[in-house]
Design a protein around this ligand. Sequence first.
Ligand code: SAM
Ligand code: DTB
Ligand code: SF4
Length: 328
Amino acid sequence: MNAYDRSLAGGPRSDWTRAEIRKIHDLPFPELLFHAQEIHRRFFDPSRVQLSTLLSIKTGGCPEDCAYCPQSAHHDTGLKATKLLDRDAILTAAREARDSGATRVCMGAAWRSPKDRDIAELSGIIGDVKGLGLETCMTLGMLTGRQAQALKDSGLDYYNHNLDTSPEFYGKVILTRTYQERLDTLEHVRDAGMSVCCGGIVGMGETVEDRVGMIHALATLPKHPESVPINLLVQVKGTPLDAAARVHPIDFVRTIATSRVVMPRSMVRLSAGREDMSDEMQALCFAAGANSIFSGERLLTTPNPGDDRDSALLARLGMKTDGAAKTL
Ligand code: SAM
Ligand code: DTB
Ligand code: SF4
């Protein structure tokens, strides 16, 4: 039985080897796309895409040194740091996202980790946003087991915490937080019973083997993340990765397709970087098994295509959103 058949036969596998994943990644492109499409159809409606909207609830001034990130206080990107937004401002933005078709709001904070009093404040906010009929996701940095449990008890559905790249390349990108610390937070989120959103970034100067290593790290977590965001680096002036070598679009699509094949039941989110992608590239990503995007004009701090361009693209492709309120 080949690696791909084993993936389907026994349900999602967590014992992938890097060599198996590399082999899938390097298949002739039409073969790779075929496998990805076959698997995608087995578990999802390939004409549907889920929309999440990002909301930066605490922007900039972050003590971490992530080389890609405009919000790190280590880089001079000209971004103005803010305090945690108040409850009303968050609720208003969440309502707008819902009315534009989003089914989930992902609230991001530029923290290394939240303080316990932040968690108390956020508990009420989670209840408010859920009250709008939205799923909730937060990305706040590292969590202790108790903090993860408190967020779960407040009703938080998803927690986003990325591995970002392969264990080998990681040290070239971030020095203030270890890979193991990321794995520990992911374990706390799982143990608390929340759904996990975990992925990474392509386009930071990593090798193909690093991309395979990242997918391997994700696919060998004790349980596959329910949601796997694949970001194309948004190059921001003032960050050390401002001029990183650009990734060929086909190579990016390979990362999406490989993720789809090895994590068949996960939502694969075409995340940051869509602003710079052609319609054709995004269409290939959907054909390769991506089934979720961030909607709206802004990611956390950088531009995103916005509803007009997205609705035109999805209409051209004959694809539908799962938006409860309105179809984009
Ligand atoms: N501060 C929290 C943390 O890092 O754990 C949460 C927010 S952080 C902005 C969430 C993720 O956004 C990062 O892990 C990274 O994958 C992604 N990201 C940040 N800057 C990016 C960029 N310039 N291009 C693409 N993805 C980026
Ligand atoms: C993820 O993987 N991508 C999103 C979300 N999780 C939090 C963030 C992308 C941020 C892109 C840079 C910015 O807008 O600041
Ligand atoms: Fe801070 Fe998160 Fe940006 Fe890293 S990615 S600098 S932790 S906001």
